[in-house]
Design a protein around this ligand. Structure first.
Ligand code: SF4
Length: 328
């Protein structure tokens, strides 16, 4: 009996230790992304868009944690758009947000009926649905006086978008960690840009977020995205480090070695100019280094890949952070 208790104790200790490491790693990734892209500044009012999925829960949770210890002061308001999809459990998010004591707004807009009315049966509804959602969120951001709109897209979303654009759109384009909103009035930020989806899945389980299913609208999943996701997951299993290297490539773009005449003045090249860094390697035997190893527990892999840090980090504490045994 006592032996059984010891085994259970050991398991619980190990789980707490792993949970603590995961929490720290995610916090570091979010802090690094915020610093690298100057996502949050003194006095910002950050509107965190909460869908009820694992990523947006993690985003809110981590930002609330960083807010307590950051050397700058910023406020957070969580916003959920209830699109009136059948079966949406309207009480889940208010109850969760009340329990956190965070400022929040639930916005009710029946975009579901509009989409159903406008889009013929069997056609993809996502593009109109997300356009309508974006419009509502921009309006709410204005009403709330938000200076930043935070979305829960992560590193895997960014890489999937890169490949979707390459495979189906003929563009070398991903999803930016920070951008000006379509209406030009807001800054949209993606503080999870350095976070792995599998870490976010583990974090959601660790923190027992009350997840709301994402298929309430009845829409079919985007098959093209699904194919790309499976391709990346397969590479991740077979070639550890490749995903990190590909993300790093997004931070090391060399326009002179691509073929976009609007990004580089190929027409203006004349002999006698200083040779370009990297030069002409076309006839050289190619040698590549091994990819970066997968991120270590403290996320050193991405830290190396990231642009130069600013001197003051959002991770620099104003005061010690009180962390639970699981680090939350
Ligand atoms: S999956 Fe459903 S809720 Fe999500 S964007 Fe598509 S139509 Fe809208």
């Amino acid at each position: 009996m006592s032996e059984q208790i010891t085994v259970a104790d050991e398991k619980a200790k190990k789980a707490a230790y792993e949970g603590n490491k995961l929490t720290k790693r995610l916090r570091h990734h979010v802090g690094d992304a915020i610093n690298d892209f100057n996502m949050i500044e003194e006095g910002d009012r950050v509107m965190v868009c909460l869908s009820g999925g694992k990523d947006s829960y993690a985003l809110l949770d981590i930002l609330l944690g960083l807010q307590k210890s950051a050397p700058i002061s910023f406020s957070i308001v969580a916003v959920n758009l209830d699109q009136k999809q059948p079966g949406f459990p309207a009480d889940v998010l208010p109850a969760y947000l009340e329990s956190l004591g965070v400022e929040y707004r639930i916005v009710e807009e029946d975009t579901y009926s509009i989409v159903k009315r406008v889009i013929p049966e069997g056609k993809t509804t996502c593009s109109l649905c997300s356009r309508l959602r974006r419009g509502v969120l921009y309006r709410v951001a204005e009403e709330l006086g938000a200076t930043k709109i935070a979305l829960g897209h992560h590193r895997d979303d960014i890489l999937e978008t890169l490949f979707l654009n390459m495979f189906y759109g003929g563009k070398l384009k991903a999803m930016p960690p920070k951008l000006v909103s379509d209406n030009g009035k807001h800054i949209v930020i993606r503080p999870l840009a350095y976070c792995r989806e599998k870490d976010l899945e583990r974090y959601a389980r660790l923190r027992a977020f009350p997840i709301i299913p994402c298929n309430l609208c009845g829409s079919q999943p985007n098959l093209q995205r699904q194919v790309v996701k499976e391709m990346l997951n397969d590479w991740d299993r077979r070639f550890p480090g490749r995903i990190e290297t590909m993300f790093r490539a997004l931070q090391n773009v060399v326009p002179s070695h691509l073929a976009d005449t609007s990004l580089f003045d190929f027409a203006g090249l004349v002999s006698g100019q200083v040779p370009l860094a990297g030069g002409d390697m076309a006839f050289d035997k190619e040698t590549f280094h091994d990819p970066l190893p997968p991120l270590d527990e403290e996320g050193a892999g991405l830290a190396e890949a990231a642009p130069q840090r600013r001197t003051i980090s959002i991770l620099d504490s104003r005061r010690p952070v009180q962390e639970s045994p699981c680090g939350g």
